[in-house]
Design a protein around this ligand. Sequence first.
Ligand SMILES: Nc1ncnc2c1ncn2[C@@H]1O[C@H](COP(=O)(O)OP(=O)(O)OP(=O)(O)O)[C@@H](O)[C@H]1O
Length: 260
Amino acid sequence: MTAVSLRDVSKVFNQGRPDEVTALSDIDLNIGDGQFVSLIGPSGCGKSTLLRLIADLIPATAGVVEVAGKSATQARLDQEYGIAFQQAGLFEWRTVQRNVELPLELRGASRAERKARATEMLALVGLADFAGHYPAQLSGGMQQRVAIARALAVHPPLLLMDEPFGALDEMTRERLQSELLAICAKTGTSTVFVTHSISEAVFLSDKVVVMTPRPGRITATIDIDLPSRDDAARQSPAYFEAITSVRQALRGSSPAAATP
Ligand SMILES: Nc1ncnc2c1ncn2[C@@H]1O[C@H](COP(=O)(O)OP(=O)(O)OP(=O)(O)O)[C@@H](O)[C@H]1O
């Protein structure tokens, strides 16, 4: 089945006003079940807007957005996806455990079910021993792992992530990338991942979608085929070749490259 499908989608902000912005134009994108897809492109090319359309946080101006074969609105109501942003966005006054329980509370899950699921998710992200801590007592990387656990707590088939590792140091980032891949493989979750990092996109993805600004469009879709997704993969010729392909696609799409 198709996890996400966008057909001929556009998004115009402030339509009809002097400050009108066409953030996205002619977007066609299909993401298969279990696929990991990254969106990459220069600032302002509409990556976050695309993610927000899929999440039904904002409506499309034209075109069709479907998640798990349903309208984006229905998919949101059915909690078909979890979201994690650059800021972990945890509630400071709730313990780690109770942060992860939140989406289950919103769904009306029983106390026992919430506790069991949160415990399972915290074990999955390696934070079983921190359930009783408060967010301020955790490092940035640990807070991101709590945010991922929370996003996955309702076992959504789809995970939407907007630069979740952007604020982390390189070593923590690489470790969380590997952990995320392991979690997605274990749970069969499809993922849409926004990043500014070419190497991050290549390491994580089955498919890298390259976007260009003004108006935001998709200019290339690059399939990534690495022999493995472990640390050795970061040294493989296939990894460096894929990085070059994405870099070239980005150069081709940058305004500077169009200047004679
Ligand atoms: N709520 C809004 N109202 C008006 N314009 C908006 C709004 N949200 C985004 N835009 C505009 O839409 C365009 C795309 O923005 P978006 O945040 O999706 O880009 P991005 O690729 O995620 O950028 P970055 O990499 O800097 O995060 C930009 O020109 C932005 O100014």
